[in-house]
Design a protein around this ligand. Sequence first.
Ligand code: LLP
Length: 417
Amino acid sequence: MGKINSKVTDSVNFFKGNKPSDLTAKFGSPLYVYNESILRERCRELKNLVDYKNFIVNYSAKANSNLAFLEIVNEEGLYVDAMSMGEIYVELKAGFKPEQIFFISNNISEEEMKFAIERNITLSVDSLSQLERYGMLNPGGKVAARFNSGVGAGHSEKVITGGKKTKFAINPEYIPEFKEILKKYDLKLMGINNHIGSLFMEADKYIEGVKATLEIAKQFDDLDFVDFGGGIGIPYEKLNDQPRFDLEDLSRQLGEVIDGFVKEYGKEITFKIEPGRYISAECCVLLGTVHAIKHNNVHKFVGTDIGFNVLQRPVMYDSHHDIEVYNDADDTEPVTVVGNICESGDILAKDRVLPVVSIGDTIGLLDAGAYGYSMASNYNNRLRPAEVLIRENGEAVLIREADELEDLTRHMISLKN
Ligand code: LLP
């Protein structure tokens, strides 16, 4: 008997006795599979990050906004952020109360602003012109605002949201004009927020952003909260023993900075963070099936059903996801793992050394729960996959059906009738 190549998932008992190939046989392939215990564990780690009574974790739902997933996050006592009416809609359905939702907007329409105002959802604007619009719609109301701390970090230019190049947030140099607009519309500034970017593996940049944000906060009297944003990374290279983010270090540094600020500001305001990836990435494995193997010039290609309509990250950002092969091969070889989309760029992993793969094998892309399904599309008129949750007792339950062919034309209007 050879070994099964499932080192990482075995180490955390990910499948809880469910065989990956049984799951795809039952629910279809590809398939997003979530582990409830790991999700709950991540929620708890961050909820207890700082020993300060007014500390709130707003899970950033853009990373994963499945309804059942959000219901678990809600049960764990986290709050949420939102980026759109759609996210608010599903968050309300998942049981979050309006006051537990923080709408961090970017370039939104009047309709979207009204949607939040009518539901009493705190909204953060990120430009003077949007503050002006908000003031006209809700004079005398409460509002929050996103400021650029000048600090940026992240795994790709595309996800760095602080510093000089970003479209996000208000530069602190505009604070005088900002205050004039607040006054003009009699608006109360409840809080300010910042987000430096996504996926960094050390606390230092984050803390730099926190400190710069708190300097901005000091320019406003009587804030209720300051939100430091998300971005805490996870180790995507577990097979290479990449170390985890040092949460203890973050906890210690954040605790110190918060204590110092509270003393100086003279008010025990609320502090929030907005992690998306840290909560959602590691509780998910994306299963797929190998349908073809071929040698073309320099590469040996392993052709799977995981196209970039299912998982965009490798194509969009050159992101690495570890791959497990659920067979018992002992030998390894370098292969290029690709999907089934009509673009040469549809590559999941280039020249990756994997256990020798055969047609029909089930593979697993690890850490796929953040920006996986939430960025999936119907490109090439392919059907988005189902999502399954492995409950704490090991039972695998469907939490989203796969698309069906009829879904593809559901909103299309034929000229023939
Ligand atoms: N808060 C704000 C305002 C954000 O824009 C984001 C992410 C977060 C919080 C959560 O960041 P996290 O903790 O998940 O890093 N699609 C990319 C990541 C885009 C991040 C967008 N904003 C990826 O797949 O890596």
